[in-house]
Design a protein around this ligand. Sequence first.
Ligand SMILES: Nc1ncnc2c1ncn2[C@@H]1O[C@H](COP(=O)(O)OP(=O)(O)OP(=O)(O)O)[C@@H](O)[C@H]1O
Length: 279
Amino acid sequence: MAAPISIRSLGKSFHGRGQSIEALRGIDLEIADNEFITFVGASGCGKSTLLRIIAGLESHSSGQLQLDGQPIEGPGRERAMVFQHYSLYPWLTVMQNIKFSRRLKVVADTVRHDGDIETADGRACALLALMGLEPFADAYPSQLSGGMQQRVAIARALMGKPDILLMDEPFGALDAQTREVMHDLIRHVHRLEKSTIVFVTHDVEEAIYLGTRVVLMAPRPGRIDSQYPVPLPAERHQDMKLSPEFLALKRDILARIRETSGMRSELEMLEKLSAGMRE
Ligand SMILES: Nc1ncnc2c1ncn2[C@@H]1O[C@H](COP(=O)(O)OP(=O)(O)OP(=O)(O)O)[C@@H](O)[C@H]1O
């Protein structure tokens, strides 16, 4: 069962070289069990920092952060993270990469149970099938396309049956067609695995297609600007990207990103400048 995340008045500042950067201020957010929540916003608005704090990879400076009622004080097995760059071990095969985190756990245990290993093998085979990787079980990462490598990274993250999957622009380096395939795949994974997914992206269309709720963050300091429930059914297909509800939401979010990032005033200034040159 996935655990709810509760974030109250959370702030984060980075200090260094006589400078202080307020990366996050006053973040209040509840993320429900099994939710698929997506984050968008201008560069530098603190999306990755917030994700890393939820992962326990970064500490917060103020406020509270709880997972199932308990404070998050570091990484935990109930959370797994997938990054933009595949971070696979090049000397291990696909199957070995998927089983790697589980192997660390088994080796770390004082008593080694054969049953554990069998269960891990079964889980790895199931994930291999789920991610469409069966023909590549014995291949090495360098023999795979970017999309296939990212499937391996997702399978590896799912290996420990995490309640929460944290994804930081996982498809950012993929071409448009591969991204579409990955979108349907990750929604399928969400349905089957029932984990909560917290997904950071620059791509508004991706955020709407995947999420049940889109959170828009704004920069300087990083904060939540607005939230948008996605008016699409749980079962999604690519044609929905052309529906009036989808396009209206995309337009609203893009306009708000332009406003919060200062892009709108820059565009207006450019327009005035070119009008002046025409006169
Ligand atoms: N380790 C760090 N040390 C100092 N400043 C940092 C650190 N990590 C992030 N920051 C700063 O915190 C702010 C938020 O950064 P963050 O990477 O979380 O934003 P983001 O929304 O994920 O950006 P992008 O979309 O470009 O990835 C930025 O001003 C960034 O420079």
